[in-house]
Design a protein around this ligand. Structure first.
Ligand SMILES: [Zn+2]
Length: 99
């Protein structure tokens, strides 16, 4: 008998939709308390997921949902920095896809 294959799913911090883990950008709170975009999806620490969509990031940022998801208190410039890194990552991913 075959075991049902379990695809890991995650929920977007912005729009709240669940989907395959690979379609998300991961944001991680590292063990030393830094919050950053995790392009590898496997950095150590507590993670929050957001669709690879600027709109979803904005929704999450506007409601400061990363604070709750990561159990930290982020400042405005943290959100601004994360947004820049998020955009960079999307641009890199899109460039790759366009090759
Ligand atoms: Zn989303």
């Amino acid at each position: 008998m075959m075991k049902p294959r379990k695809t890991p799913t995650r929920t977007c911090t912005g729009c709240g939709q669940s989907s395959d883990k690979r379609s998300f950008v991961r944001i991680v709170r590292t063990p030393d308390g830094h919050v950053e975009i995790d392009p590898t999806n496997k950095a150590n620490g507590r993670g929050a997921y957001v669709c690879a969509e600027p709109d979803c990031f904005e929704m999450a940022a506007k409601r400061r949902r990363f604070d709750a998801a990561l159990r930290v208190r982020l400042q405005d410039d943290d959100y601004a920095r994360l947004r820049r890194d998020f955009d960079d990552l999307l641009a890199r991913q899109n460039a790759k896809r366009g090759e």
